[in-house]
Design a protein around this ligand. Structure first.
Ligand SMILES: Cc1ncc(COP(=O)(O)O)c(C=O)c1O
Length: 312
């Protein structure tokens, strides 16, 4: 396929079957969002955040964009801002991995650090303070911006429907809630019988990219009425599934993919035999290599060691 620029190359990611990990009588497919230009599902979201703001007139030529993000959204925004000519500031916890800092810097983003102890909520606080003090900047704010869910409504779900019209259930991790809300809403309007499950870390547990709603913050973008169920998964189970994916299916994915996969395997018994399930893989494993998540050794010990570094 040929495109005029990199923003046009976002989406149309492969849907890949898991013949070894699917329970007998079921077929689980992974939607591999690591195939997007900057390597994650957030390319779709960043493109929509920017293009919807351009359409509404809020984002004018050369205006600085400010977003609290330590990860995929920042990297996706940074790349698109490069092509479209917007300066970008990302606010992130100071203990964000080197890979992420280097990627953002390479794409020309300015980095501002919030206290590590406050996690992603600290980045949100600092970014809000900065935006309030400087009316020149535009903060898309993916947690509260309907363009986030719209990206999945208009692109992710239609691709799944085109590739697997008989899809019976969809599983995605819960971060901002954009994926489950947008894709879930579209899948239900296609077939109201499609079950939508959100993979959520256990209370107090950390899976990079995901959040537990009981810890206090429910993102505005999340529409819980779309969900059939929120299913808990701990970081050990998420890591185990991520490593099995590489070992048994030859797929190298990030740890939140393992969270959704573990949930997808578990929900099979709630579904009629013969059902097809789609789990969303937000990204590949590259940005997590330095955490040791894929190193040889006892998985429980590795999960314990990295749990503090894999937060959203
Ligand atoms: C690696 C990873 N997994 C999962 C998610 C969750 O997706 P969403 O924000 O659409 O709920 C995100 C984004 O927040 C992410 O970066």
């Amino acid at each position: 396929m040929r495109f005029d620029d990199v923003t046009q190359a976002i989406g149309n990611t492969p849907l890949v079957g898991l013949p070894h990990l699917s329970p007998p009588g079921y077929r689980i497919f992974l939607k591999l969002e690591g195939h997007n230009p900057t390597g994650s599902v957030k390319d779709r979201v960043a493109k929509y955040l920017i293009e919807q703001a351009e359409k509404s007139g809020e984002l004018t030529e050369g205006r600085r964009i400010l977003e609290p993000t330590s990860g995929n959204t920042g990297i996706a925004l940074a790349a698109i801002c490069r092509v479209k000519g917007y300066p970008l500031t990302c606010v992130m916890p100071e203990n964000t991995s080197e890979e992420r800092k280097q990627l953002l810097t390479m794409f020309g983003a300015e980095l501002v650090y919030s206290p590590a102890t406050e996690g992603s909520n600290g980045s949100v606080r600092v970014a809000r303070e900065m935006a309030a003090a400087d009316p020149e900047v535009y903060m898309p704010f993916q947690y509260g911006n309907s363009a986030n869910a719209l990206a999945h409504y208009e692109t992710t779900a239609p691709e799944i429907i085109a590739d697997l019209p008989e899809v019976a259930a969809f599983v995605a991790g819960l971060g901002t809630g954009g994926t489950v809300t947008g894709a879930g809403r579209r899948l239900k309007s296609w077939n109201p019988g499609v079950k939508i499950y959100a993979a959520e870390p256990e209370y107090g547990d950390l899976v990079y990219g995901l959040r537990n709603l009981d810890e206090g913050y429910v993102p505005e973008v999340l529409d819980q009425s779309v969900l059939d169920s929120r299913i808990k998964v701990n970081s050990l189970k998420a890591l185990e599934a991520t490593r099995r994916l590489a070992e048994e299916e030859g797929i190298f994915a990030g740890v939140s993919t393992g969270a959704s996969l573990a949930v997808a395997i578990r929900v099979c018994k709630r579904l009629p035999e013969g059902s097809d399930i789609v789990a969303l893989s937000p990204d590949g494993g590259w940005k997590y290599l330095s955490t040791g998540a894929y190193a040889p050794g006892d998985v429980a010990k590795i999960a314990e060691r990295i749990s503090g570094t894999l937060w959203a």
